[in-house]
Design a protein. Structure first.
Length: 311
């Protein structure tokens, strides 16, 4: 397991959605605010990205846009074009307006979609992301992300045996590559925050250990030895970059992991869940869990089971 994958897994629900749409000038699409995370890829042609607080941004073929917090944005052939609202389905997937009819001076092909998210208890790594992420396509760079985009576009263009399984898997991969690319791009010039934390050898290593082995009896002393630092220096560096002391973060991650187990289809006894996240005592686990979520683990599981029960 790794930190970025775990951060996504804690809030992902349902299946991601994607669709292609062909636009001919003049055109403009407004994507209203949503609960999930939206994405947009220019497969062919060019257009403009518009959102509050920024001047219009030109997009070219291969450019990727991620809207992590569901902010309202617009895409258009020109900043001056009239905007039409995109219809929103009940599950927050986006349905592009019908392709316009008429003569085309210029064709733009877009791939737009959304990831459904449960933002309760979202990982701070995701909360730190900007309102809009724009990753221009660059020849010779970001080849993995470019390859996933090309595969997705191909699957959406030509439905073949296995397409229904391929598209969600490719959408998951694209989200990971987008976040990986953004953090890699920002780490060299970031003096703090999660971009710097993931790139820092000592802090990044400690985070990987905590995420991979939440049941291990980690201490600041043990983590600092792994990092090759003094206890005080490690604790100070970790707190500076992550925003929480090491043991505070570890407890939060253990409870988040426990919550994910209890929300799933795993009917393991609470004692087993407690042991998976580093608690030998079910009583101590119950107390820590209630402090984080406001309810006991058993009540949390029953609430989620009720919400998933068929009507």
């Amino acid at each position: 397991m790794d930190v970025v994958s775990d951060a996504i897994a804690t809030i992902r629900t349902g299946r991601p959605h994607a669709a292609r749409t062909r636009r001919t000038a003049p055109w403009g699409l407004r994507f209203p605010a949503a609960r999930g995370t939206g994405f947009h890829v220019v497969l062919q042609g060019r257009c403009w990205l518009m959102f509050a607080g920024r001047d219009p941004v030109p997009l070219g073929a291969g450019d990727v846009v991620l809207v992590p917090h569901g902010q309202e944005i617009a895409l258009a052939d020109s900043p001056d074009s009239e905007l039409v609202d995109v219809a929103r389905e009940m599950d927050d997937s986006w349905m592009p307006a019908p392709d316009p009819v008429g003569a085309a001076d210029e064709l733009t092909v877009l791939m737009c979609g959304s990831y459904q998210l449960d933002r309760a208890g979202a990982h701070p790594l995701l909360a730190e992301l900007p309102a809009v992420i724009h990753l221009p396509r660059r020849v010779g760079r970001r080849e993995a992300l470019n390859a996933v985009v090309d595969l997705l576009g191909d699957e959406l263009d030509q439905r073949r045996p296995g397409t229904d399984a391929a598209i969600p898997a490719l959408l998951d991969a694209m989200l990971l590559y987008i976040l990986r690319t953004w953090y890699q791009d920002h780490a060299p010039r970031s003096s703090g925050g999660w971009a710097a934390a993931l790139a820092d050898p000592a802090v990044g290593s400690a985070l990987q250990h905590m995420h991979a082995e939440p049941a291990t009896a980690w201490t600041v002393e043990r983590l600092s030895r792994r990092a090759g630092m003094s206890r005080a220096a490690f604790s100070r560096r970790f707190t500076e970059l992550v925003g929480r002391p090491p043991m505070t973060y570890l407890t939060w991650w253990r409870m988040t992991t426990a919550g994910r187990i209890l929300r799933g289809d795993d009917d393991a006894p609470l004692q087993t869940v407690a042991e998976r996240v580093g608690y030998r005592s079910e009583f101590a686990f119950n107390r820590a869990f209630k402090r984080e979520f406001g309810v006991s683990p058993g009540a949390y599981r029953r609430q989620d089971t009720g919400s998933r029960a068929p009507a």
